[in-house]
Design a protein around this ligand. Structure first.
Ligand code: EPU
Length: 429
């Protein structure tokens, strides 16, 4: 397995182009199945999760072609309704195929995604939403089988213990756009990725109002056309580079990020002494106001709250901030797999219930560490950028699921980072 080697020290400087959003692109690949016509998705990030999704659509019978590094053409004229376990098990997000298959084929069979290190991740809210639309659902030998012959508009409430559900909302929307009658979804998630999906669906002929709020109304139509859609920029990737700039006391300009998507993050950064200046051209320049970072206080919440997908990276930043920082997880209360690995680098962190309490210091020391999931991988690399000596991050296949050309972009900013193939690793690995 490949490993990242990072030599800590250099302040990052320069500009970085933000890629298309993973969490917007994945449900949009699934949404192309709602029409029998050809669709094109542009500004798609180059990620292993995207390639998985493309492979699943091919296995379902769609003709899928990569036109260039960031554009994909999908022709789903002839598809089946059952997704293959060997691919679905590799990516939890494949559950977002449930809504489109049900909408278009009126039936779907998807193996239940397995466990996940960041939390339990049940799909009870997805099931609740589809049942409200009239779908008959059963679980047989680990496969969710859904019969949607009697699908019709209905009232759905999507609030759960941890707020709404992002993928549950996308499934409900995608099943409802082709269900006769009016569907209302209350307590729907309102993440920018959902807005981007709704914009794409509207361009295909769907009738959706309330986009961007917690209350959506959908009037079912009988058929949708194909589309040519640009995937929105990745707000989590943008924020990760902002943290890279702050943690190395550098100056980095984010090109292509959308400021409105980053409200709660910009607020936390400003309070910790990191300026995120919006330039006239829309670019965001990130730099420190003073020579020190102030402690952080973060509570993760559904959008527009602070994103759970930035909690681990913020923890890396807190390790280098003055005083005590507190990071509380309200979306995935046990998403702290990065903590023991940061502690191997000398971080002083205590986990108290669903919070990590971080006592900041000026230096961590590089060490061999293990990535457990996508955002934890990014956190360890960020910590390594400012650490003394070398950090070796193992299991970076997690990183490749969600960060487009991470080491190349970091190298472009002056970081000393390299990807080392298994054959060239020292014997100790
Ligand atoms: N939940 C339930 N029941 C459900 C669905 C969710 O209790 O039926 C709970 C979850 O266990 C969790 C909370 O509700 O505690 C939120 O889960 P949600 O369904 O919103 O998460 P998701 O749709 O499975 C997406 C992103 C995640 C991101 C979360 C939260 C995609 C493909 N994934 O997951 O992204 O953390 O929303 O914002 O969009 C990542 O990119 O690293 C990542 C994990």
């Amino acid at each position: 397995m490949e490993v990242f080697r990072i030599c800590g020290g250099p302040s990052l400087k320069g500009i970085v182009n933000i890629s298309g959003s993973k969490n917007a692109a994945l449900p949009q690949f699934a949404a192309t199945l709602l029409s029998s016509e050809r669709s094109v998705l542009r500004n798609v990030p180059d990620l292993s999760d995207v390639r998985f999704m493309a492979e699943i659509l091919s296995k379902l019978g769609a003709e899928v072609r990569q036109l260039d590094r960031t554009s994909w053409e999908i022709n789903p004229a002839n598809i089946t309704h059952n997704a293959p376990y060997e691919l679905v098990r590799k990516m939890r997000a494949s559950i977002c195929l449930l809504g489109p298959l049900l909408g278009r084929m009126k039936k779907a069979e998807i193996p239940l995604p397995g466990g996940c290190v960041i939390g339990q991740r049940p799909i009870d809210l997805h099931i609740r939403a589809l049942s409200r639309l009239g779908a008959q659902i059963e679980l047989e030998k680990g496969i969710v089988k859904v019969d949607g012959r009697n699908l019709r508009g209905s009232k759905i409430f999507l609030g759960g213990r941890h707020g709404s559900t992002v993928t549950g909302t996308t499934n409900a929307i995608m099943a409802a756009v082709l269900a006769p009658g009016i569907t209302t979804i209350d307590s729907s998630a309102c993440e920018p990725e959902i807005v981007d999906l709704c914009n794409m669906l509207v361009s295909m002929g769907a009738r959706i109002s309330g986009t961007g709020s917690h209350s959506l109304e959908i009037e079912g139509v009988s058929v949708l056309s194909g589309c040519d859609h640009n995937v929105m920029p990745d707000r989590i990737e943008a924020a990760t580079y902002a943290i890279a700039a702050a943690i190395t006391h550098g100056e980095v300009t984010l090109v292509g990020a959308i400021q409105e998507h980053l409200g709660s993050f910009i607020n936390v950064m400003q309070e910790s002494g990191v300026a995120m200046d919006i330039q006239n051209c829309g670019q965001i320049k990130v730099h420190l106001n003073n020579s020190e970072l102030n402690s952080l206080e973060i509570i993760t919440l559904p959008y527009p709250g602070f994103p759970t997908d930035l909690q681990a990276q913020s923890c890396a930043l807190a390790c280098y901030a003055q005083g005590l920082s507190i990071l509380t997880e309200r979306v995935y209360p046990s998403r702290f797999m990065h903590v023991p690995e940061l502690m191997r680098m000398g971080a002083d962190i205590a986990i108290e219930g669903a919070s990590s309490v971080v006592k900041g210091k000026s230096k961590l020391t590089g060490a061999p560490v293990m990535a457990s999931d996508l955002r934890a991988s990014a956190a360890l690399i960020l910590a390594g950028l400012a650490a003394e000596g070398e950090t070796w991050v193992q299991r970076i296949y997690h990183l490749d699921r969600g960060y487009d050309a991470f080491e190349k972009k970091l190298q472009g900013l002056g970081a000393i980072v390299e990807r080392i193939p298994e054959s060239k690793l020292p014997k100790s690995f």
